[in-house]
Design a binder for this molecule. Structure first.
Ligand code: GLA
Length: 825
């Protein structure tokens, strides 16, 4: 390969090879498991000795180069590649043909910030994000302990290598810079590109993908994370077929409809077996992922800004930078790809004072009161929360303007003195006085027609003059593409954050876009992207000014759960749906690309407010604890029994908090989407595992969807257990209500109780049993290859202390820790 030029990027377990071919095109030579340094790369070269029927050869001199079969790092129309182009630029009289060839490249240690991006990945110490909130030094000052588990060690040793490659069109002075950074420890590559117009005429970008990966074969399943409000990021798994599969959002936010994260798995792949590629985009607006199976059996993957709602004029001398996209590869199934992504988010996306810092357990009043609260009522909830061990009280919607329902006051960010007569500072002081942090809900991007802000600045709302505007939740979006609107919002938020002495902010965004319009003077093909840039500008300024505030992103729950938001806000409200069963699907899907430290998960009332389903409080806790725990119910009216249960839950969570928040989340069984059909009970079960980096400590959620009778043995097998370790396994102590036994009460009661008697009613209300306690010492090889036999499940034929009374939507948590000996003492 004497004349071949190869650029090589190595991660801990992966290798990425870019070949500059004889013409100068960048080809992907290889992306997969790490190769030996002395590997013979000739075998990877395209092997063409004859042409293609009806194919277009690149040139009269290059009759054996067919771009439509090449694995290209970027692609343009017009020179024989008929797949979706990564770069589509219009110039002259509508011409789109371009042909980018290699000019030069440079390799850099670490990752210099990509120019023009407020939301991007970074390496600690070389913080991109000096352009974001340069507050890494605040880490040292933080009061809360830093998590000492899982990824923290990785963060100090993490290295990155960057290559910047400059390409030029063969004819026109249009330049494309391709940036690649390999984050070595987590095997994630970040990519972006910058297009510069050095011609003397304006050109129009119709599409500029952030990342293109051409894979030489097409035997893949596509996994996407889809849904809508209340059922975000549910898994869709389908086989890649001929033609184009498009996953996208055009509603202005990254959306609950289709998250930008995509996995490609082998059809026979599992969590632990088979090639797997994972992709994501650091962007909060309209995105598009294209997965194309070409006529020649190759796969093209592309991700970037959605071209449907985008066109950008570049004047002479101007450039345009795409958002960053990221990708990883695993040779051992989706679990490794997924934990690479989780680790990447913790180390290279989340930043500032709350990076790797244990997050407080919060109480939010929304589902307890909705808009209808008084200061006294709020303080009752806060006091009750404090007594239970909760650390942060969050006052949700309704505290400002005249806001008694969702028809008014967005934009009027001053206190509603009818509800809080002593003001917000007083409330904050009182809550601080209880020894809790204080947090506040805001929805700055919006305005209600019934508001003082709208009266003053009707032109700030995104409404088309002369058309009846469409509405979402009775509100309008402010035009964040305008500097004056952004300046106003930064000032208004700074004031309220200061007055209310907030430690935490829930930043909400409750409608999607329609009636696109601006009073500013630019083409509306730029609007959606400019909005996202405007949002990032506001967030950059506020997070720099308030580095210690913990921000939680929210958009009607998880309508904007993406890496762009996570560059500013370390956690996001995963979904407005807090039903434990629905949450198993939502959090399972979310865990593919995002770590538990990012997922807000609250325990709410039963029956649940979104589904009216009844679930036990222990199960609601078990599911929520695999994320950032909170309570969102009226804690001031709890029964003595529930108080006791919640106190125990909170102390359990605090004890294992670092692991719950910063451990790596694996899916042992992901419920109805489960890939294994051989076991009739498998898709009746959701099992999650959260582990530290060396698997010496783990927590397992075992969630049963519907109860079945006469199930013999439930086996807990953990393929990730280290065969050379020994483990002690125990069950979290939780309560089983006696009422669950109904008229079978005498099966569990030492006294004879009459059905329907007063005594039975009292017992049902007040007595709870301890759950069965499985305790095992087991060697890791058995745990990994066979598993332990859990106590038998209740089946109507008897009961002992060791019966697992597991009803519908019921669950357990198991704790596993490494021990020296494999024998019980
Ligand atoms: C959105 C949020 C909720 C709550 C309400 C308040 O729906 O997702 O958590 O804050 O707004 O209006």
């Amino acid at each position: 390969m004497a004349n071949e030029r190869i650029i090589r990027l190595d991660g801990k377990s992966t290798t990425y090879l870019i070949r500059i071919n004889s013409v100068g095109h960048l080809e992907n030579l290889y992306y997969g498991k790490k190769l030996r340094y002395d590997a013979t790369l000739e075998a990877l070269l395209p092997n063409r000795t004859v042409g293609i029927g009806t194919g277009v050869a690149y040139s009269e001199k290059n009759t054996l180069l067919f771009l439509e079969t090449a694995c290209l790092e970027t692609s343009t129309p017009g020179k024989g590649d008929f797949r979706t182009p990564a770069v589509q630029v219009e110039y002259g009289n509508g011409m789109t043909t371009l042909d980018f060839v290699y000019y030069k490249h440079r390799l850099l240690k670490g990752k210099p910030p990509v120019k023009g991006l407020d939301a991007q990945s970074y390496v600690e110490g070389q913080d991109a994000a000096s352009s974001i909130a340069s507050n890494a030094q605040n880490n040292k000052k933080s009061k809360n302990s830093k998590a000492t588990t899982a990824d923290t060690q990785a963060s100090t040793k993490e290295e990155a290598i960057t290559v910047q490659i400059l390409l030029k069109d063969k004819v026109l002075p249009i330049v494309l810079q391709m940036n690649y950074t390999m984050f070595t420890n987590c095997d994630v590559i970040a990519r972006s590109c910058i297009l510069t117009n050095k011609t003397e005429e304006p050109i129009t970008i119709r599409n500029l993908a952030s990342l293109q990966l051409d894979i030489p074969d097409s035997n893949w399943n596509i996994v996407s994370f889809d849904g809508a409000w209340g059922r975000e990021r549910n898994i869709t798994r389908r086989h890649l077929e001929s033609g184009i599969t498009e996953i996208s959002s055009n509603c202005g936010v990254s959306s609950a409809y289709h998250n930008p994260a995509i996995f490609l798995e082998r059809p026979d792949g599992t969590e632990t077996r088979g090639d797997c590629y994972a992709f994501n985009l650091i962007y909060s607006g309209n995105h598009r992922e294209v997965i194309e199976k070409s006529p020649f059996g190759q796969t093209r993957f592309q991700t970037g800004i959605n071209p449907q709602t985008f066109s950008w004029v570049l004047k002479p001398g101007e450039d345009f930078t795409t958002p960053e996209a990221v990708m990883t590869y695993s040779s051992m199934g989706s679990a490794v790809a997924s934990t690479n992504m989780q680790s990447f988010v913790n180390n290279h996306i989340v930043r500032g004072a709350w990076k790797f810092r244990e997050r407080p357990i919060l109480c939010n009043n929304w589902e307890a009161t909705y808009f209808n609260f008084t200061e006294e009522g709020i303080l009752d909830i806060a006091r009750a929360a404090k007594e239970l061990g909760i650390e942060l009280f969050v006052l949700d919607d309704g505290w400002f303007g005249q806001r008694d329902n969702d028809t008014s006051s967005l934009g009027d960010w001053f206190v509603n003195t009818k509800k809080l007569p002593d003001g917000i500072t007083k409330l904050s002081n009182t809550i601080h006085g209880l020894g809790m942090m204080f947090g506040l809900w805001v929805e700055p991007e919006m305005v209600s027609r019934l508001s003082l802000l709208y009266d003053r600045h009707p032109d700030w709302a995104i409404i088309i003059p002369g058309r009846d505007p469409s509405v979402g939740r009775n509100q309008f979006i402010l035009d964040l593409t305008r500097q004056d609107v952004r300046d106003y919002l930064v000032q208004a938020m700074s004031e309220i954050f200061t007055i209310a002495k907030v430690d935490y902010v829930k930043w909400d965004m409750n409608r999607i876009f329609s009636d696109i319009h601006t009073e500013s003077n630019y083409n509306l093909g730029q609007f959606s992207h400019r909005y996202v840039l405007g949002l990032y500008d506001i967030l950059k300024r506020l997070t720099a000014a308030f580095p210690d505030i913990l921000f939680e992103g929210c958009a009607s729950g998880g309508n904007r759960f993406d890496l762009g938001i996570l560059c500013f806000m370390p956690q996001i409200w995963t979904s407005d749906n807090t039903d434990a069963l629905c949450r198993t699907a939502i959090q399972t899907g979310t865990s593919y690309a995002y770590p538990p430290s990012t997922m807000g998960a609250h325990i709410s009332a039963s029956p649940n407010h979104q589904t009216l389903r009844k679930t036990e409080i222990e199960t609601r806790f078990n599911v929520s604890s695999f994320g950032i725990l909170g309570y969102e119910m009226d804690l001031s009216t709890l029964s003595a029994q529930d108080k006791q249960i919640i106190q125990a839950q909170i102390s359990f969570y605090k004890h294992y908090r670092a692991l719950f928040q910063y451990g790596r989340l694996y899916r042992l069984s992901d419920g109805p989407q489960n890939r294994s059909t051989s076991d009739p009970t498998s898709n009746n079960q959701v099992r999650w595992l959260i582990a530290n980096t060396d698997f010496s400590e783990m927590l397992v959620l075992d969630f049963q969807i519907l109860n079945q009778c006469n199930i013999w043995q439930s086996i807990l097998r953990i393929p990730f257990a280290r065969p050379d370790f020994n483990y002690a396994i125990e069950t979290r102590l939780q309560k089983v209500p006696v009422s669950q036994f109904g008229s079978l009460i005498n099966m569990v009661s030492p006294l004879q109780i009459k059905a329907n008697s007063q005594l039975k009613k009292i017992i049902d209300k007040n007595i709870m049993l301890d759950n069965e306690q499985d305790y095992h010492i087991v060697s890791g090889d058995i745990l990994a290859n066979s598993g332990i036999r859990l106590s038998p499940q209740f089946s109507g034929v008897g009961f002992s202390n060791n019966t697992r009374v597991l009803g519908d939507f019921d669950s357990r948590i198991y704790h596993l820790i490494r021990v020296q000996s494999s024998r019980k003492h």
